[in-house]
Design a protein around this ligand. Structure first.
Ligand code: 0WD
Length: 256
């Protein structure tokens, strides 16, 4: 029997079978969780429906986190299928391309800043708020994805690093707020993985090469690595962990 048997999980952020969210969904399915999914737009819908069907799910809901109406509608619809649920996976981030290449100040505009923060950080808090009635008093768990650029100034990551710092702080405030009703909130800070989003970051391939050369494990991480850690963090095995950022990065963050 898997350690997520009896748990229900809502998975966001599947854009392809290489998405980190796909690795998380597979790991949670292996551990016995029942799954539901969201998709960003009509273009991605068939892909997410296919992924859902392969993992035994027919709950596939639209969700663009730039809309409060869609966030509320998503949990209203989910509530019609599930009277409550246990795991919310937030694997969503976006910044305009020109803001994540070259120098920080070159791509800096009020609009780019706001978009990056709204889609990548505010959305976690907004979803936690909308999900709250369905997740209350179930030993539930909310999980998001961060990156080392939240705490170190990394070339090209720019405003996304600032948004990830906001995301990690949001994890701590949500953990404080939701802890009394039994809901835990954590982040995984993943090493670089070649997904659609990553392809938008300038010089990503070069960065991955550097990572594989110097990380203590001398390899990049996979979506299976991240998925397995996500499954653990969202299970009762991790019942004492909240407000934390866990690194799944072959040890890269310990380097001086
Ligand atoms: O190296 C990496 N790939 C790392 C990613 C290292 C460390 C962290 N992460 C983070 C990302 O910042 C993100 O928070 O992991 C999370 C998932 O990213 P991913 O798996 O690398 O990227 P991808 O497969 O592209 O999925 C992200 C998805 C979007 O994909 P596209 O390519 O369509 O932008 O986030 C979703 C969308 O499906 N997304 C949205 N969902 C709802 N509303 C929105 C939105 N407004 N915008 C993007």
């Amino acid at each position: 029997m898997g350690f997520l048997q009896g748990k229900r999980a809502l998975i966001t952020g599947i854009a392809s079978d290489r998405s980190i969210a796909s690795g998380i969904a597979e790991a949670m399915h292996r551990q016995g969780a029942e799954l539901a999914f969201t998709y960003l737009n009509d273009k991605l819908r068939p892909r997410v429906e296919k992924a859902a069907a392969a993992l035994g799910s027919d709950i596939v809901l639209p969700l663009d986190v730039s809309s409060d109406e869609q966030i509320n509608a998503c949990f209203e619809q989910l509530g019609q299928r599930w009277d409550g649920f246990d795991i919310l996976v937030h694997a969503i981030a976006y910044a305009p391309r020109e803001a994540i290449e070259g120098e920080f100040l070159d791509g800096l505009t009020r609009e780019n800043w706001n978009t990056a923060h709204e889609i990548s950080a505010f959305s976690l808090a907004a979803m936690a708020k909308a999900a709250r009635p369905l997740m209350k008093d179930r030993n539930g768990s909310i999980l998001t994805l961060s990156y080392l650029g939240a705490e170190r100034a990394l070339q090209n990551y720019n405003v996304m690093g600032v948004a990830k710092a906001s995301l990690e702080a949001t994890v701590r405030y949500l953990a404080l707020n939701l802890g009394p009703e039994g809901t835990r909130v954590n982040a995984i800070s993943a090493g670089p993985i070649k997904t659609l989003s990553a392809a938008g970051i300038a010089n990503f391939r070069k960065m991955l090469g550097h990572f594989e050369q110097y990380a203590p494990l001398r390899r990049s991480v996979t979506i299976e690595d991240v998925g397995n850690t996500a499954a653990f963090l969202c299970s009762d095995l991790a019942a004492g962990i909240t407000g934390e950022v866990t690194y799944v990065d072959s040890g890269y963050n310990i380097l001086g």
